[in-house]
Design a protein around this ligand. Structure first.
Ligand SMILES: Cc1cc2nc3c(=O)[nH]c(=O)nc-3n(C[C@H](O)[C@H](O)[C@H](O)COP(=O)(O)O)c2cc1C
Length: 258
């Protein structure tokens, strides 16, 4: 069995290649008893600021995995910041252990930093299918491997964390503005894995208390009526991203908390 969290489909796409028995982490988090048993148990999720998202950490910490092969695959866009090493250390802290942890570079969906149009154009340079085939093979063969922490990647993430400690977080709340062209379809609310959005008079209202900062709401708005709040400048406000093989219905099914 495989557990996944996805905002824009990259991690779901990977999960679909690795196992047919798929479970959404935001949905599983609603269950109180989380004891899982299988021959192989996997987790696939995006990288958020050089670590796995808090909701994935919460899921792992509060679940029991009865298996002799526990693996984690992290999708990222440009720098993984030696995440495998970080995740392994955090697992140990929780009294857990993975036999295999790796990362795979895909389209970077970090809207504030990257132009989604350009990111889609360079997708082919990332050789995703080749890397995915290797990961698939490793998992079938139950390979034991924690991806090596490259010096430059460790330094990159350490530099980022040091800068963050001085300058504060990159994202300021409230994150989003709702523009005039909002049609009140509620897609933003349906794709939110944390149930942070509700409609009032046909317009979305964000409660940022539990916001995972995953940006699913802004990415999937069909009229692009959700924009970053004016304090933050995004690179290309006209372009959004969803993995080409993943439908909006699949994202809603994975994340919907309404
Ligand atoms: C809030 C946020 C933080 C991110 N941080 C990183 C990062 O530190 N390094 C990186 O290479 N990609 C980063 N990304 C890009 C995603 O990890 C990447 O696009 C991922 O494949 C998205 O997966 P999904 O489509 O399943 O949501 C970030 C994206 C978001 C939204």
């Amino acid at each position: 069995m495989i557990f996944y969290f996805t905002a824009t489909g990259n991690s779901l796409y990977v999960a679909k290649q690795l196992d047919e028995k798929r479970f959404s982490i935001p949905q599983e988090l609603n269950k109180t008893n989380r004891h899982y048993k299988d021959d192989r148990i996997g987790i696939v999720c995006p990288l958020f600021e050089f670590d796995i998202p808090d909701l994935v950490k919460k899921f792992i910490r509060g679940s029991e995995f009865e298996t002799d092969y526990f693996y984690i695959v992290i999708t990222y866009g440009c720098h993984d910041g030696a995440v495998a090493d970080r995740v392994q250390k955090n697992l140990k802290y929780d009294g857990k252990q993975a036999q295999y942890i790796t990362s795979i570079k895909m389209v970077d969906n970090a809207l504030l930093v990257f132009d989604m149009k350009k990111e889609k154009e360079i997708e082919h340079t990332k050789k995703i299918e080749e890397k995915l085939a290797i990961i698939k093979d490793d998992i079938i063969n139950k390979k034991h491997m924690i991806q090596e922490a490259l010096k430059e990647e460790s330094e990159f993430s350490e530099g980022y964390f040091a800068q963050k400690a001085v300058n504060g977080p990159m994202y300021a709340f409230p994150l989003y503005d709702v523009k005039e062209n909002c049609v009140g379809c509620g897609t933003c609310a349906k794709v939110c894995p944390m149930g942070c959005i509700h409609l009032e008079n046909g317009k979305p209202i964000h409660d940022y208390t539990n916001c995972a900062n995953c940006m699913a709401c802004i990415q999937h708005c069909p009229t692009k009526a959700l924009q970053f709040a004016s304090a933050m400048k995004e690179v290309n406000s006209k372009e959004r991203y969803r993995h080409s093989e993943i439908s909006l219905a699949e994202i809603i099914q994975a994340n919907n908390q309404i």
